[in-house]
Design a protein around this ligand. Structure first.
Ligand SMILES: Nc1ncnc2c1ncn2[C@@H]1O[C@H](COP(=O)(O)OP(=O)(O)OP(=O)(O)O)[C@@H](O)[C@H]1O
Ligand SMILES: [Mg+2]
Length: 401
């Protein structure tokens, strides 16, 4: 017997507020859309969900979208790809690019979700796997919050269902006592579920997903029932290249996924563009000053990161040692955002070398012994000699001392 869709909602653990409560950041957590209107949430949440932050773009796309939509999709695959990659609608509405990268990667990812295979986003740290997964879920289901964070301690209950023990002891196993996981809720409602860092989850727990993905069903033996996935259900998992081998995916599970690798930005210009865009967005949400003349500093951060990451200078002339940590685009974004905050609060509002130097040092020198040697060598052989980098060299020397 199948559990009717309604029975899984509302969940016992997330009661809807009885009266319109003042919006607190905590209430923006899992039980979204049940309590607080999007606009109020957007105004107060430190980081609104993609579907709230970009509600206007999503609505404009839906209004113009006359292409066929897979069952329960809010948009057609074409509109979802446009939402991610950006574009201009016939009435002039501008859709901002969320992901900057190869169009084909996005098209394959979106198409996969319309098939019976799940999507695995793979890549080195900071290549926007989580970011793309959130935006895909927001554009397809209008809800990016059906999320399980994978860790070494993730239990099976987090992927299947748990029990409300007070209810269970008082009344025995029943639907009321059942606490559905985000995956179960996504199945019942025909939505996209997200599993972050899949390969960190112990292998036997990962295998819970095999039945979900191949049979599209989740049995509840305690009740003699099952939850059958409604059309529209699918799953996006992310995994880090670096974690591979820790709990590699079993081949049985891997077969259920279509793997899409998110690449590092191919050129320095593309990376500068990504960093500038994201810093501008984050800065706006934190009420930091706009970036008047920060482009030079962003280019510098990106150059340092790329050179150290690739182990060679951009002109290909000098070989370098790479530090132990990852110097990803995501790290460059936080270094520049941190620098902008410094400039705003303790400087004259213009981003200068001194504002990013400490952040760069913190990102590069993870291992106090070996990374410091790598950094010093880079500083003395590359930074010092480079035209126009004197201010940056001085600032770095000051914080490295
Ligand atoms: N190609 C890109 N286009 C747009 N944003 C990007 C791109 N690459 C990185 N970013 C930005 O980098 C930040 C971090 O990305 P995200 O957290 O999704 O990385 P991740 O791949 O999930 O990393 P991790 O493996 O550490 O979990 C996001 O703010 C995202 O906007
Ligand atoms: Mg991630």
């Amino acid at each position: 017997m199948s559990v009717p869709v309604e029975s899984v909602e509302p969940t016992p653990v997330e009661p809807a507020p009885v009266e319109p409560a003042p919006v607190e950041p905590a209430s923006a957590a899992p039980g979204r859309s049940r309590s607080v209107p999007a606009t109020a949430k957007e105004a107060t949440a430190l980081r609104p969900h993609a579907e709230d932050a970009f509600a206007a773009e999503l609505a404009a796309l839906a209004a113009h979208d006359d292409r066929p939509r897979p069952p329960r999709w809010k948009l057609s695959p074409w509109a979802v790809a446009t939402y991610l990659l950006g574009g201009t609608l016939p009435d002039g509405t501008v859709i901002t690019p969320k992901y900057v990268g190869p169009r084909r990667v996005v098209e394959v990812a979106v198409t996969t979700l319309a098939t019976d295979r799940a999507l695995l986003l793979l890549g080195v740290p900071g290549t926007a796997k989580t970011w793309v997964s959130e935006h895909l879920a927001a554009a397809i289901s209008g809800d990016s919050t059906l999320l399980v964070q994978g860790t070494a301690g993730t239990p099976e209950e987090a992927l299947r269902y748990g029990w409300n023990y007070a209810q269970l002891l008082a009344h025995g196993p029943s639907r009321d006592a059942l606490v559905p996981s985000p995956v179960m809720r996504a199945m019942a409602q025909g939505m996209i579920a997200r599993v972050e860092e899949l390969t960190r989850i112990p292998a036997d727990v990962q295998d819970t997903l095999i039945t979900v993905l191949s049979e599209k069903t989740l049995p509840i033996p305690e009740l003699g029932e099952e939850v059958q996935a409604v059309r529209g259900f699918n799953l996006i998992a992310t995994a880090n290249d670096r974690d591979r081998g820790v709990n590699d995916l079993s081949s049985a599970l891997r077969r259920r996924f279509n793997t899409v690798v998110l690449p590092l930005p191919e050129s320095p210009e593309a990376e500068v563009d990504i960093v500038a865009r994201r810093v501008e967005q984050i800065g706006r949400s934190l009420d930091l000053p706009a970036l008047p003349d920060g482009a030079d500093e962003i280019r510098r951060v990106v150059t340092v990161f790329r050179e150290l990451r690739d182990g060679i200078t951009l002109d290909g002339r000098t070989k370098l040692k790479s530090p132990s940590g990852t110097l990803s685009t995501a790290e460059a974004i936080s270094v520049v955002t941190g620098g902008l905050a410094l400039a705003a609060h303790f400087g004259d509002g213009v981003l200068r070398a001194g504002d990013v130097a400490a952040g760069i040092l913190g990102a590069v020198v993870r291992d106090p012994a070996s990374d410091r040697v790598v950094w010093q060598e880079y500083l003395e052989t590359v930074v010092r000699e480079r035209d126009g980098w004197k201010d940056f060299y001085r600032a770095c020397r000051e914080v490295s001392a």
